[in-house]
Design a protein around this ligand. Structure first.
Ligand code: UD1
Ligand code: MG
Length: 452
């Protein structure tokens, strides 16, 4: 049994942002969200988030996750921050303390820290450039004896490349006792969590440093350039996860995954595709160049052609979308449906084999099986105050450039003549035309220019 404290009260000045640093997104999700997801997966019995700068924003962002929040009203250092949450935790419980800006840390790595048999465990790594990090100071026998912050370190201490990741684990009661003895007599005038190490050593307690094999998962972000570096690491991982599911990426580095994706076998994703939110792709789905998908569930065999934008779309099976289609929330397509270029749909269902091949707006509509919607058809769903529904029966044929003024229906097998404005229900099986009758005027003369 263990609990987690996430330190997330800092501002992150160097981001030059209106939002707190821990809410900067990586892979489309706030950094803090990734961390909470990872520790929840590990089975933490409680997650305590220390908030301060932008506290309300942070609480709102994590609202549904079951985290407990504790406010640090003054930023007096990482030790002071952790001390705010400790009174809410059983002194016997083990506590894993994490910095809030470490979104890429993997569950396996945290598990290794939890598995270490020591009274106090710190997660360290070997930094190529240790500038800014706390250095792990070891005795001749290799045992850890202290962490020295960069700004307090001597030149020889600064030469040490093993650094503190910021992750620590001990019993809550021990942290409380050590932190009550920590003083702020250092270069930053702060209460350092890292001073617990030397205190534990002085008490004769066992201290271990688990060295993380890979530094990339411990990266934090203090500025936008570091945030971009985190994004790159995240994207490489996300693409790897797609490969493992059986997805082909034709130009991997151009595909951006800002989503939770589940994919079937033999999915093919072309260059420049962006995935957001919750995405599920059935077997053999294909996504053409430049498509953007958010919160979509595409059935097996769905083909989305280039430059289509889909949000909140469900397809039952093989259907064809695009190129240049815009499908908005509430769009549902049955098997064999075709939505062609420059067609916009919203809150519209298309039964099997229905088609809208060109230049249409179909909103708040039900389209029956095999119905064919001609180019330029518009459902006039909005009267300026309310939305109304259009029902198009199975096997109906809507002639080009028709306006269907909702609420309205076209019966099964009904045909609408091109250019009609349909404002009353059109019966099944009949041709309905609502446009001025064509006539030709015999003997009509074109005007001629008047003589000057
Ligand atoms: C800290 C560690 C350092 C380590 C580095 C890893 C200390 C004293 N130093 O330094 O050894 O190498 O992380 O990145 O712990 N925070 C609060 N309240 C505060 C101060 C900080 O909530 O009063 C939070 C911040 O929001 C941040 C985390 O604690 O999420 C770490 O604070 P930060 O100021 O980034 O510490 P570093 O100087 O990076
Ligand atoms: Mg930091």
């Amino acid at each position: 049994m263990y609990q987690v404290i996430i330190l997330a009260a800092g501002e992150g000045k160097r981001m030059n942002s209106n939002r707190p640093k821990v809410l900067q997104p990586v892979g489309g999700q706030p950094m803090l969200g990734h961390l909470v997801e990872t520790v929840s997966g590990l089975g933490a019995t409680g997650v305590h988030v220390v908030v301060g700068f932008g506290a309300e924003q942070v609480k709102a962002a994590l609202g549904a996750t079951g985290c407990r929040f504790v406010e640090q009203t003054e930023r007096l250092g990482t030790g002071h921050a952790a001390a705010q949450a400790l009174p809410n935790i059983d002194p016997e419980a083990r506590v894993l303390i994490l910095p809030g800006d470490m979104p890429l840390i993997r569950a396996e790595t945290l598990q290794a820290v939890l598995d270490a048999k020591a009274d106090l465990t710190v997660l360290s790594f070997n930094a190529v450039d240790p500038t800014g990090y706390g250095r792990i100071l070891r005795a001749e026998d290799g045992s850890v004896r202290a962490i020295r912050e960069h700004r307090d370190a001597s030149p020889s201490e600064r030469a040490v490349s093993e650094v503190n990741s910021g992750v620590m684990c001990a019993r809550a009661g021990d942290f409380t006792a050590w932190l009550s003895r920590v003083e702020a007599d250092n270069a930053q005038g702060e209460y350092y969590l890292t001073d617990c190490i030397a205190l534990a050593v002085a008490d004769g307690r066992s201290v271990a440093a688990v060295i993380a094999p890979r530094a990339d998962e411990l990266l934090g972000a203090n500025d936008r350039a570091q945030l971009a570096a985190l994004e790159t690491v995240f994207q490489v991982r996300a693409r790897q996860a797609l490969f493992e599911q059986g997805v082909t990426l034709l130009d991997p580095s151009s595909v951006q995954v800002r989503a939770r994706v589940s994919a079937g076998r033999d999915v093919v994703i072309d260059a420049g595709v962006v995935l957001e939110g919750e995405i599920s792709l059935g077997d053999e789905v294909s996504l053409g160049v430049g498509c953007v998908l958010r919160d979509c569930h595409l059935g097996a065999g769905t083909a989305v052609k280039p430059y289509s934008v889909l949000e909140g779309v469900r397809t039952a099976g093989a259907s064809q979308i695009g190129p240049f289609a815009r499908l908005r929330p509430g769009t549902q397509l049955g098997e064999g449906v075709k939505i062609g270029n420059f067609v916009e749909t919203k809150n519209a269902s298309f039964a099997a084999d229905a088609k809208a091949s060109h230049l249409s707006y179909i909103g708040d509509a039900e389209v029956g099986a095999r119905a064919n919607i001609g180019a330029g058809t518009i459902t006039c769903n909005y009267d300026g105050a309310n939305k109304h529904k259009t029902r198009i029966g199975a096997d109906a044929f809507i002639g080009s450039n028709s306006a269907l003024v909702a609420p309205v229906s076209v019966g099964e097998g009904g045909t609408i003549g091109a250019g009609s404005v349909i404002s009353q229900n059109a019966p099944a099986g009949q041709l309905t035309i609502a446009r001025a009758r064509q006539r030709s005027i015999d003997g009509w003369k074109r005007p001629v220019k008047a003589a000057k």
